[in-house]
Design a protein around this ligand. Structure first.
Ligand code: Q46
Ligand code: ZN
Ligand code: ZN
Length: 303
């Protein structure tokens, strides 16, 4: 297969675009797509301070790489969850991030180690709590959201960016639709606006790029990332949805992208609008972060 732009040997073929590209042209195409998404959904500009949540995986490192190369003020945030899984998952994540930064001296990283800062790792807190006894994911999600928001607000960041790709978004959309979680559907979007009371704007600049497209970018750029996913993600419902959706995509290319885009269009036309109730936020009595519950926020109640 030949590159459509220069005729050289193509390294990547995107069936959904009927587009094959060589390495050089792929490295032009990919950042252009990210840039288009940032502009289309008015995520941020080069004047904004962006905090990128990095896990050491291909998605977050590819996103950080593109943002730095495109001249955005993008700083990283690593949250040390203290997850081992028999191969030192959290430590290995940090190692990959440090390796990434070694060749990018301009990169700035903020680090929050949960056990060091709050006294217990994520699996330890989860084991103590009813909601996390079987799997720490609910507690982990709560802790990560809290730390991301807090770091963004304390560091005066305008926006918080995560590396969710199209496959991630579509799997979540599929699950939310299957169970008609209208509240979640109402809040699923490429951009979640800031609350005005201390909750940062949240954006997903890779939300229109397939996982394999992000992986190809990381690969061509030789970004050394952690290939294993979090041990608690193995066998998760989201992963099962991903397998199903991959099957559909194989039979008819572009299914995932169409599912996601038509969902966003339906939302624009007012679907799920009734489910977007405005909740009142007040500062937590202990940490001052915005919360919907009176007294202590759900994060402070964990400890
Ligand atoms: S929630 Fe669960 Fe993830 Fe936390 S414990 Fe691992 S799998 S990292 S996306
Ligand atoms: Zn080419
Ligand atoms: Zn609190």
């Amino acid at each position: 297969m030949k590159c459509r732009k220069c005729g050289a040997q193509a390294v990547f073929n995107m069936r959904r675009h009927k587009l094959a590209l060589c390495a050089k042209h792929y490295l032009e195409w990919f950042p252009e797509q990210v840039e288009r998404t940032i502009r289309k959904y008015k995520m941020f500009t080069r004047d904004d301070k962006v905090l990128v949540a990095v896990s050491g995986g291909k998605d977050s490192l590819a996103l950080w790489d593109v943002l730095l190369e495109q001249g955005y003020q993008a700083e990283g945030l690593y949250i040390g969850l203290g997850i081992d899984g028999g191969f030192g998952y959290s430590d290995l994540s940090l190692e990959k991030i440090e390796g990434f930064m070694a060749t990018r001296p301009e990169a700035v990283l903020h680090q929050v180690d949960i056990a060091e800062t709050y006294g217990e790792s994520v699996p330890q807190v989860a084991a103590r709590k009813h909601r996390g006894r079987r799997k720490p994911c609910a507690v982990c999600g709560l802790i990560r959201r809290y730390v991301m928001n807090r770091t963004a607000s304390e560091g005066n960041f305008d926006v918080l960016a995560t590396g969710h790709n199209l496959d991630d978004e579509v799997a979540v959309l599929f699950g939310n639709t299957l169970h008609w979680q209208v509240g979640y559907l109402a809040r699923q979007a490429p951009v979640l606006p800031e609350s005005g009371t201390g909750l940062a704007r949240k954006v997903k600049p890779l939300c229109r790029l397939y996982e394999r497209e992000v992986a190809a970018y990381a690969n061509i750029k030789s970004i050394d990332c952690i290939n294993d996913e979090c041990p608690y993600a193995v066998g998760s419902t989201t992963n099962r949805y991903k397998e199903l959706l991959n099957q559909l995509e194989l039979d008819s290319p572009s299914t995932k992208l169409q599912f996601y885009i038509t969902f966003l269009k339906a939302k624009k036309q007012g679907f799920f609008q009734q489910a977007t109730e405005q909740v009142e936020l007040r500062p937590c009595e202990n940490c001052g972060q915005p919360t919907t519950v009176p007294g202590l926020c759900t994060f402070c109640r964990l400890w």
